[in-house]
Design a protein around this ligand. Structure first.
Ligand code: HEC
Length: 392
């Protein structure tokens, strides 16, 4: 009963998290596009303090959008703010982290083959990492380094790559990736909460008080907003990577994460330039070539075809001992109510039907989950050999 309700909590928060994230990143994409697409307005608009305008058509209507240099002639009655998209995404993401990785720490967070942690220790490290990483970013962005975007970017990238490596030595592979994503998401939400919103409140306060607004906080907010923009594609990759054990389960998972994230931010750069009317298709070509190089680098090692064939009976026995306590129509493993991922592995037919996925899951050490059933290296090797054999 508890496992069933926890599954529902997980589903609810995940669903909510995706909806809020779509709204947040959608709005972020829209405003970055808008900002970069603004063109010089006609003279009469310039006289009103408008620095750029744009026309668009959507949903059967034509829109005219204008951006003020700083203050409009008069404050409108209703000014729309965009903040709850970001806060809701963070809150639901954190709730999901708690339900899945803290509540289910034994299954998803801790990997005893890397570090024997208690649930409390693992949660402590996780929270310490998120807070520490966040403080590191805030210190960096408030330092004089903010004036050197390239150095800043390189330092941030190095820091996150180191984090991916260190987390991979502590937590399960999947949790290591997820924590890099959770940190990036927290930095992004923090940019809104601690940087962008205060700057906007100050702008509105100054205008309402009839003072000349200071342009600096607004520029600083823009810097944070630009960081968020480059974070989006790597972040989304990390969030969906947990469906692909070949990424986070790779023997150099941290390197794969660094390469793919770098490439994703590079591709994002193409779009940012394009919105400004600077079309550089070679960026996409280089990104694609780089992606192929990564795919090649990750290619699974060739199979040893000489190895003796593993019998059906042997593989069913291994599965009974190491997999079927979870992967059964009626699992006996506490915390499971139905076959995980809809995959039961109780008979040779079921095993055969899932060969390619079993190969992937076992080879990358993703399965057995957190090696709770203590599969030996020899059994793993046998299962891989069996799954790689082409018969049936
Ligand atoms: C402690 C419980 C547990 C044990 C033991 C276990 N699994 Fe899993 N398995 C899971 C869960 C939970 C999922 C779904 C994970 C997810 O949502 O990504 C899963 C998913 C899978 C998948 C689907 C992965 C994918 O997304 O393609 C395969 C294949 C798999 N397991 C094979 C195995 C094999 C083979 C064994 C034994 C060597 C095994 N599992 C042992 C819990 C377990």
């Amino acid at each position: 009963m508890e496992a069933y309700l926890v599954d529902w909590l997980n589903l609810f928060f995940r669903w909510f998290h995706v909806i809020a994230g779509v709204a947040w990143i959608g709005a972020s994409f829209y405003f970055v596009w808008l900002d970069l697409s603004l063109r010089e307005p006609p003279q009469w608009k310039k006289e009103k303090g408008i620095k750029g305008d744009l026309w668009a058509i959507h949903g059967g209507g034509i829109y005219e959008v204008a951006k003020y240099e700083l203050e409009p002639e008069a404050m409108p009655k209703k000014l729309h703010w965009f903040k709850w998209e970001a806060y809701t995404t963070w809150l639901t993401g954190f709730a999901l982290l708690c339900v899945m990785y803290y509540w289910g720490a034994d299954q998803y967070l801790i990997d005893p083959s890397k570090m024997e942690l208690t649930q409390l220790q693992a949660i402590g490290i996780s929270l310490g990492f998120l807070v520490g990483g966040f403080v590191f970013y805030e210190a960096l962005i408030k330092s004089p380094l903010q004036k050197f975007p390239k150095v800043f970017g390189a330092l941030l990238f190095a820091g996150l790559t180191f984090a991916a490596y260190a987390l991979g030595e502590i937590f399960s592979d999947r949790a290591a990736y997820l924590h890099v994503g959770a940190l990036i998401g927290s930095i992004m939400a923090g940019n809104v909460f601690f940087g962008i919103m205060p700057a906007q409140r100050e702008l509105v306060r100054a205008i309402e008080a009839g003072e000349k607004p200071d342009a600096r906080p607004a520029q600083f907010a823009k810097l944070r907003s630009t960081h968020n923009n480059y974070f989006t594609l790597p972040l989304l990759f990390i969030m969906i990577s947990n469906h692909y054990p070949m990424t986070y389960g790779h023997e150099h998972a941290w390197l794969i994460l660094a390469l793919i994230s770098f490439n994703a931010a590079f591709v994002r750069h193409y779009f940012n330039l394009k919105h400004q009317g600077n079309h550089k298709p070679w960026i996409l070509v280089v990104g694609l070539v780089f992606l192929f190089a990564i795919i090649g680098f990750m290619l699974p090692k060739p199979v040893n075809t000489d190895a003796a064939v593993v019998s059906d009976a042997a593989i069913v026995t291994i599965s009974e001992q190491r997999c079927a306590s979870c992967h059964a129509a009626k699992p006996t493993q506490p915390g499971f109510t139905s076959a995980p991922a809809g995959i039961a592995l109780e008979s040779i037919d079921e095993l055969n039907a899932n060969k390619p996925r079993i190969l992937q899951a076992v080879k990358t050490n993703y399965m057995p989950l957190a090696n709770m059933t203590k599969m030996t290296d020899d059994e793993r090797a046998q299962m891989i050999r069996w799954a790689q054999s082409l018969s049936n």
